[in-house]
Design a protein around this ligand. Structure first.
Ligand code: NAD
Length: 490
């Protein structure tokens, strides 16, 4: 039995919400209550921001020897690994992700991110400009301040680590607001950080709804920058709120990833890649390959292979290590996916596969669904479903494939499948997306910055130079060592 924190973590202490309100965290796989967690409102947000502010303005963290800062990040990585089983089971129970994924990807990835960024603090450097013989200008990089980090529920701990590892390495303090749906692993992370010796106020975790705690956090005057991952509609609200406080904003938003398959690609590899791309985590992935673009000559062969494999995917109890598909994170999200599917049918897309819900399963077990004969103008080809729904389209030549791929408001990622190297790079240059995976190469690493084109975001996630750019202030020090007096106002 895992013992989950039930309070907010502010200034190195566990505390209830001022209002005394709590929120029921449930397991979407069976609808049962997991635990109750304190629910923050604006007054709790204010306490958390004050704590982060104090730790930044007066505390040791931003002034600490960078090597020691890195050491604490490394200790946190190790602590996450020691607690892998509990953290993995927590995210599995909380959002219905298969345990093989939380064990095999989510939690190890979170630990790796803290380990990677543990090496950054003592490498942060500015520049020196020798403009004239008697003066010198220095660009100094300093920690930026208090960062508000707001993340969604699809990879609960990993999303938190993607934000926290770089911003902490840069010497900032943080108020983290996980999704109200999935607060447990973020609160456990706060506990682990406390155990390894992070000073009070450096990491604060508040649990609350977006409309209440989230809005209060982005509007708070004590916050210097907002770093957000979530829907583009919510991102737009962040920009509005940030305007009044002139805060920096970094937004990682949604996507509508096209997978372009050229006829020379080995179909067996492609089929596995396409299925993983859209059905992994039941499509609740920002880069989910939801639009499959297949050459018209290969359409029938491809469909046959995809359908044969998808029918054999094992969906069931997320805690069973043998299953590949769990359930969607909430009944409300399930309803959204259902609406998208109904609309696709109304607009004329042909549903060629919709699997069966496992018997005795909760409503959240949405089956893999495949739509054929989708056209680029249909809603299912344009809007992010964030569920296990694949839209298949055909193209006649390379130019048309690129045109369809780019016919989207999003530009987060694209997949290209071909063995022709020149074509791979030619198409990669023309597709408008911040991340291009060729032949399935698309592993998330700390050293690779990712940007979103169009509605998919503003600023870079991950990377080292980019982390410094996002999470450090830049100060120009203009130093004259001339002995002559200024010619003006003589
Ligand atoms: P969401 O935008 O509804 O919520 C994300 C977070 O914002 C939650 O913590 C929520 O409580 C908070 N929030 C909501 N309204 C707010 C407000 N008015 N003010 C402040 N905070 C508010 O997104 P979601 O449904 O939880 O997550 C799914 C979305 O996340 C998808 O669009 C997906 O593509 C995107 N996503 C993007 C990436 C990426 O790296 N680009 C990664 C994962 C998920």
């Amino acid at each position: 039995m895992i013992s989950w924190p039930q309070q907010l973590f502010i200034n190195g202490e566990w505390t209830g919400s001022q209002s005394g309100r709590t929120w029921s965290v449930t397991n979407p796989a069976n609808g049962k209550l997991l635990t109750e967690v304190a629910l923050a409102d604006a007054s709790d947000v204010d306490r958390a921001v004050q704590a982060a502010r104090n730790a930044f303005d007066r505390g040791e963290w931003p002034r600490m020897d960078p090597l020691l800062r890195g050491r604490l990040l490394y200790k946190l990585a190790e602590k996450i690994r020691e607690n892998l089983e509990d953290l993995a089971m927590t995210d599995t129970l909380n959002v219905g992700k298969p345990i093989r994924d939380t064990r095999g990807f989510d939690i190890p990835c979170a630990a790796d991110l803290f380990e990677s960024y543990a090496g950054l603090p003592d490498k942060i450097a500015g520049k020196c400009f020798g403009t004239l013989p008697d003066n010198m200008t220095l660009q100094i990089r300093e920690p930026l301040g208090v960062i508000a980090a707001i993340v969604p529920w699809n990879f609960p701990l990993t999303n938190a680590a993607i934000k926290l590892a770089p911003l902490l390495a840069c010497g900032n303090t943080v108020v983290l607001k996980p999704s109200e749906v999935s607060p447990l692993s973020a609160l456990m992370l706060a506990k682990l950080a406390h155990e390894v010796g992070f000073p009070p106020g450096v990491i604060n975790v508040i649990h609350g709804t977006g409309a209440e705690a989230g809005a209060a956090l982005v509007g708070h005057r004590g916050v210097d920058k907002i770093t957000f991952t979530g829907r583009h509609q919510t991102g737009a609200q962040m920009l509005e709120a940030a305007k009044t406080g002139m805060k920096g904003v970094m937004l990682e938003l949604g996507g509508k990833t096209p997978s372009i398959v050229f006829p020379d690609a080995p179909l067996e590899n492609v089929v596995n890649g396409v299925i993983t791309g859209i059905f992994y985590n039941l499509g609740q992935v920002c880069v989910a390959g939801s639009r499959l673009l297949v050459h018209e000559s290969q359409h029938d062969d491809m469909m046959e292979r995809i359908l044969a494999k998808v029918k054999n995917l094992r969906q069931g109890d997320p805690t069973d290590p043998n299953i590949q598909l769990g359930c969607l994170a909430t009944p409300a999200h399930c309803e959204t996916v259902r609406r998208c599917v109904a609309q696709a049918e109304q607009e004329g897309a042909r549903c060629v596969l919709t699997g069966k819900r496992p018997t005795d399963a909760s409503d959240c077990f949405y089956p893999p669904t495949v739509f054929d004969h989708v056209t680029p103008g249909m809603t299912v080809a344009r809007e992010e479903v964030f569920g296990p729904v694949l839209s298949v389209m055909t193209y006649r030549d390379e130019a048309e494939a690129i045109r369809i791929a780019n016919d989207s408001e999003f530009g987060l990622m694209a997949n290209i499948w071909t063995t022709d190297g020149a074509r791979a790079l030619r198409v990669a240059r023309q597709v408008k997306a911040g991340r291009i995976a060729i032949n399935g190469g698309g592993v998330l690493r700390a050293n690779v910055p990712v940007y979103g084109y169009k509605l998919s975001g503003i600023g870079a996630e991950l990377g080292f130079e980019e982390a410094v750019h996002e999470y450090c202030a830049s100060k120009a020090v203009l130093y004259s060592f001339s002995t002559e007096k200024s010619p003006w106002p003589e």
